[in-house]
Design a protein around this ligand. Structure first.
Ligand code: ADP
Ligand code: MG
Length: 681
């Protein structure tokens, strides 16, 4: 037997490494198995070129747990190692890279995030002793056993071994006993090794027989050695893609469609991305893409490797060129990785364009589900925007779909306002905003449906991209004013009449939300009273609720406009009613107000240009007195109008009808409206 000391400067580096890499202990299995796969592949190659003449036999890699002996063993039938190779590759290289690693990271525990290629020595994170039993494929090789207990001392001895290949035996330390549990090992194998190219056996296949689980004696193969992404697109049918998706995400619905990535220049990359069918909340669906390196699972947090908006996609990416053995921040700044990200983005838009061109009907069918990805992409990636604006669709209230260009052409003639701006009308809720939609359609306007999660942001964004265009929600103003045109209509009410009616309406409006009353000269055919909410206010509030960081607007109370059509016969009648029942009283008050007002005006004229201290106290008192009188009279006037309003069922009825068309009439108010309506009939 030969004894030796591993050539590292630090004594006992393993306990330190153990601590450092606490959270990632489990990757030891990935490392050992990928070494076994490498060795197996090498021997296959050597055999196929005739350099190895022996029988390669069944090359399945076996993983065995033995709870009694507290060992976990990984066995392969690969190239194996000679004593010299062990000295070179295990003692020197593997361990010096461990030391190198420690040197680099001992001061920055924080930097140790993500995954590192710890290689063979990662087994010391979980084992107190590691043995290697190995026999090289070379002719007349002597099999050897290497033992190391985690100190830099090792032993090397000659042994008998029947087959070419390597067994790595880990004697698990007490705090890593979990890795002796069958379920835990199985879980790790399924996570990291599910698609490795060489069969991996662990335990035995079980079957259900007569309601019981029984051993079959057959080794259980845990991996699919030829996952779909490693095959040529031409060799795959749609069913194969769908099946593979099921394999990856057994709980998910069938995806919308897939994209097969296959690149060999300027880097190697294969993979399949799926557009999933999303439920409402897309946040939780992030990080579903799995990253592989030569079929070894690496991570499922792909930020930086794929563009942000594509982290919503599902599927796998496999690239030996992604530097896996470094931290994520390094990954994101790596130029290869950046190229990969840009490339994937382009591939995705190419594929979408392709489907759009070849099968528009299919594309439209999937659009509602697809839209969130495309909008997210267009919002966050300008390059993607440029490509997607050709196939991104608008949907209108008739469920018809248009490209941006088609839509612009269609509405141009009728929806350009007098300032030459093209006005896009949209609705966020076809049911609730129905009366507005109907009114707009009657004018020959088209109304878009914008009810997606990202639509508020999205239309803000495209507004900055579209030239001379505005997006206006269909209920943000009365139809006449949504798109301002030249034709002005005269008012049938005088300014005084409007002022009076404004008091009349205000006095029976609810306190909350806040209402502003205004008059518009519309055509007789428009509704007498309409409730609108300003586009600006509403968007600000919408954005703050989606988390646009506009807390101020979020806290503003809801405020609406009550717009009265001063030309509607009912409003003209209301003005006449008011004159009939309150006109005399109002006139009397007005007669009293006007002399008071004119004396006040005279006084103010006299004192004009004087400084505060130059006005005598007596005069100040007189002005105050007059002001008070005016206030009193005006309050009386208002009270008189209020009385009229309260006695007049029409006012309340008109307001309630407007509230009703906005879905704002509820509870007690709604039932008294019903009662009043019956009384009026
Ligand atoms: P890496 O795999 O990156 O080279 P490792 O530390 O995992 O680094 O392994 C070091 C070396 O030990 C390998 O390159 C290989 O030469 C040798 N080795 C490890 N495991 C095996 C094995 N199962 N069969 C043959 N050689 C192995
Ligand atoms: Mg390795």
């Amino acid at each position: 037997m030969q004894k030796g000391k591993i050539d590292v400067k630090t004594e006992n580096i393993f306990p330190i490494i153990k601590k450092f890499l606490y959270s990632d202990h489990e990757i030891f299995l990935r490392e050992l198995i990928s070494n076994a796969i490498d060795a197996t592949r090498k021997l296959k190659t050597l055999s196929s070129v005739g350099e190895y003449k022996g029988d390669i036999g069944d090359m399945t890699v076996h993983v065995k747990n033995d709870k009694k002996k507290k060992t976990l063993t990984v066995s392969d039938r690969g190239v194996g190692m000679t004593a010299d190779e062990i000295k070179k590759y295990i003692n020197q290289i593997a361990f010096s890279s461990a030391e190198d690693f420690l040197e680099r990271y001992k001061d920055k525990v924080d930097a140790i995030i993500g995954h590192f290629g710890l290689g063979f020595y990662s087994s010391f994170m979980v084992a107190e002793k590691v043995e290697i039993y190995t026999k090289s494929y070379r002719e007349n090789s002597q099999a050897v056993k290497w033992t190391c207990d985690g100190s830099p001392r090792y032993t090397l001895e000659e042994i008998e071994k029947e087959n070419v290949g390597t067994d790595i035996v880990l004697h698990m330390s007490d705090d890593s006993k979990e890795f002796l549990e069958e379920n835990r090992v199985l879980e790790l194998l399924q996570k990291y090794c599910k698609f490795l190219p060489v069969p991996i056996a662990f335990g035995t296949e079980k079957e259900w027989k007569d309601g019981k689980e029984v051993e079959t004696g057959k080794p259980r193969i845990i991996n699919n050695t030829e996952p779909a992404w490693t095959k040529k697109p031409a060799d795959l049918k749609q069913d194969d893609y769908d099946e593979f998706y099921q394999d990856l995400y057994p709980m998910n619905e069938k995806p919308l469609f897939n994209i097969h990535l296959n690149v060999d220049y300027p880097f190697n990359l294969t993979g399949i991305l799926y557009f999933p069918k999303l439920k409402s909340n897309f946040e939780i669906q992030k990080n579903k893409i799995q990253l592989y390196s030569n079929q070894v699972f690496v991570t499922d947090s792909v930020e930086g490797v794929v563009p942000e908006f594509l982290t919503l996609l599902h599927g796998v990416i496999d690239s030996p060129d992604i530097p896996l053995n470094v931290s994520r921040s390094y990954l994101q700044s790596d130029s290869n990785v950046k190229k990969i990200s840009a490339h994937i983005s382009k591939k995705v838009s190419d594929r979408l364009m392709d489907i759009f061109k070849k099968d528009r009907e299919e594309f439209e069918k999937k659009w509602d589900d697809l839209k969130i990805f495309i909008e997210y992409g267009m919002l966050s990636d300008d390059k993607f925007y440029e490509r997607a604006e050709k196939f991104s669709l608008f949907k209108n209230t008739d469920d018809k779909y248009f490209t941006f260009e088609e839509y612009e052409k269609m509405i141009k003639d009728n929806q350009t306002d007098k300032h030459k701006n093209l006005v896009y009308l949209y609705s966020t809720d076809k049911e609730k905003q129905y009366p507005f939609i109907e009114a707009a359609r009657k004018r020959g306007y088209d109304v878009l449906i914008m009810d997606g999660q990202l639509d508020t942001h999205f239309l803000n964004h495209i507004e900055t991209k579209f030239k001379n265009s505005r997006f206006v929600r269909v209920d943000s103003d009365v139809t006449d004013k949504l798109i301002l045109k030249e034709d002005n209509i005269d008012s049938k009410l005088s300014a005084e009449q409007q002022n009076d009616l404004s008091v009349v309406f205000r006095s029976v409006l609810p306190d909350k939300p806040v209402f502003t009353v205004s008059f518009e000269n519309m055509s007789e055919n428009e509704n007498p009273v309409t409730i609108t909410q300003s586009e600006f206010m509403r968007r600000m509030k919408d954005m703050s609720s989606v988390g646009g960081g506009m807390g101020f607007y979020g806290e503003m109370p809801d405020s609406y406009n009550l717009v009265v059509n001063s030309n509607h016969p009912l409003i003209v009648k209301l003005a006449a009613d008011k004159d009939k029942s309150a006109g005399k009283q109002l006139e009397k008050i007005d007669e009293k107000i006007s002399p008071v007002k004119s004396s006040k005006e005279q006084l103010e004229k006299l004192n004009k240009g004087k400084k505060e201290e130059e006005v005598s106290q007596e005069e100040k008192d007189r002005i105050n007195d007059l002001n008070k009188k005016i206030d009193d009279l005006e309050r009386k006037r208002e009270a008189c109008l209020q009385k009229f309003s309260e006695d007049n069922k029409l006012v309340k009825q008109l307001i309630d009808l407007a509230l009703l068309s906005n879905n704002m009439l509820k509870g007690e108010e709604l039932s008294s409206f019903v009662k009043r309506s019956i009384e009026l009939m």
